[in-house]
Design a protein around this ligand. Structure first.
Ligand code: FMN
Length: 453
């Protein structure tokens, strides 16, 4: 007979525990919102005249999208705001503004993204005093990297070294973590962020209709040319340079980015994907899905993201210098297809792979473009076809006069491919040939754009 009472006792304890948990969550949220309100009042208050700055440091656009959401929300609440890239900010702007929000991502190995390179070079190396600046900072990163939120933390430390005062603790976002983003939006508004930032399409099923191995016999991992048919046959309107995210059933929090290798008028979304293999022999989650698990006719959930820093935009009428290696050809091919469609022939492709006999990716297409003058210049650099290793940056260093001539004619530079080795080496070569000042100027004019990983 005591059994039911035991049960009621256990059930009662469970209910109590549940109520206690709800109270704890409610209390935590209340404290968080109170802190948020204090921070927001601290920045928005005191009748400051100049607009609040919302400054982003971004590589692929997530920080920028969050900055704009925050800016719009503040504006809607009546706070005058200016949203701008860190590279467009100097110490004087910060001094005059007096209040600022920073949204900063991290690249390389704890480094600044390209959208912050000028600011880091010009300002963060030197001692500066900003004692009247009050600010809050959102750092975007990924804990899989050793130096998690390295740049956000460095920017925060530099701001504090200038005497600027943080009005709230730095918020760090691990791979788009919705809880951390919600904390930021609770402070400053603009809650619709999804971690991905701005999207062109939401996740929808794209059907694999083509898969061709591009490098049979290669010493490197197999590279495939994939083609996907749009959901319901309606091709969305992306631009060359944009990215697509592939959703993974086993890892839904971490969709994987790929550069799109085609344009909408191709009627297909195309990718160049290298099959990655882990040391234990298993395939990479996304590349394995795309290059092996998926069969022709199967669908995969993907969404398109604008990559504003890598689109042609203001450079559409300029000559283009396209530099890359490996599957970095994807982003460059997207641009070349757009240029071919627009009848724009001032294009120079400088591309590196291992061996001409196996790794001349998209050979027929590139040679046809060279022969029809869609490519004014095609420089293929095969690292392992001679005794010493030769990479695109070495070839670039031999072509200094050509490079300077293209830059005098107003060319823009697009770099796509591996960050380690290629992009860092190309950056050093460009600086050696054109000088730091000109590279800084090209970055500021958005004539030096990178999609590197
Ligand atoms: C090549 C590469 C390197 C990265 N390096 C780091 C890093 O060192 N530390 C870190 O916390 N996050 C790192 N990340 C993650 C980015 O900071 C994170 O994805 C961020 O949300 C990107 O924001 P953005 O689109 O505004 O550039 C790296 C991402 C890539 C693709």
């Amino acid at each position: 007979m005591t059994e039911p009472f035991h049960r009621i006792g256990a059930a009662g304890l469970l209910v109590l525990a549940y109520v206690a948990m709800c109270l704890a969550i409610w209390w935590r949220q209340r404290r968080r919102h109170a802190a948020a309100a204090r921070a927001a009042t601290a920045l928005a208050g005191d009748g400051a005249q100049s607009p609040m700055l919302v400054v982003f440091a971004t590589q692929t656009g997530q920080a920028e999208a969050i900055a704009w959401q925050t800016g719009r929300a503040l504006h809607a609440k009546g706070t005058p705001v200016r949203v701008l890239s860190l590279n467009d900010v100097d110490a004087e702007t910060l001094r005059a503004a007096q209040r600022a929000l920073f949204v900063a991502s991290t690249y390389g190995e704890g480094d600044a993204p390209d959208g912050a390179s000028l600011f880091t070079e010009r300002w963060m190396g030197a001692a500066e005093t900003l004692p009247t600046l009050r600010y809050a900072l959102l750092a975007l990163g990924d804990r899989q990297y050793d130096r998690f939120c390295g740049f956000g933390r460095a920017l925060d430390a530099w701001l504090q070294s200038t005497g600027a005062v943080p009005v709230a603790p730095r918020i760090e976002v691990d791979n788009g973590d919705p809880a951390a983003l919600a904390d930021w939006h609770a402070q400053w508004g603009g809650g619709e962020a999804s971690g991905a930032g701005e999207v062109i399409t939401e996740f929808a099923p794209w059907r694999l209709v083509r898969r061709e191995l591009l490098n049979p016999g290669s010493e490197g991992g197999p590279v495939y040319h994939l083609g996907f048919q749009a959901p319901h046959g309606v091709v969305p309107d992306w631009q060359s340079g944009d990215l697509v995210q592939v959703a993974l059933v086993n890892d839904p929090a971490r969709p994987r980015d790929y550069s799109v290798a085609s344009i909408p008028s191709d009627g297909e979304l195309q990718l160049l994907v290298r099959q990655e293999r882990h040391p234990d022999g298993t395939l990479g989650a996304a590349s394995g899905l795309l290059t092996s698990t998926l069969s022709l006719g199967d669908s995969v959930a993907m969404r398109l993201r604008p990559h504003r820093n890598f689109r042609l935009d203001g450079n559409a009428a300029r000559p283009l210098i396209l530099i890359g290696n490996g599957t970095g050809l994807a982003g460059l091919r997207g641009h070349l297809r757009a240029r071919a469609a627009a009848g724009q022939h001032e294009n120079w492709l400088l591309f590196g792979e291992r061996n001409a006999s196996h790794d001349f990716l998209c050979r027929a297409e590139l040679e046809a473009w060279r022969d029809s003058s869609t490519l004014r210049r095609l420089d293929m650099v095969f690292s392992r076809d001679q005794a010493e290793r030769l990479y695109v940056q070495h070839r670039l260093l031999q072509l200094g006069d050509e490079l300077r001539d293209w830059l005098v004619r107003g060319a823009a530079i697009y770099v796509c491919g591996s960050l380690q080795g290629m992009a860092a080496g190309v950056d050093a070569a460009l600086r050696e040939l054109a000088g730091d000042a000109q590279i800084r100027a090209l970055t500021a004019e958005r004539r030096y754009c990178r999609d590197v990983y």
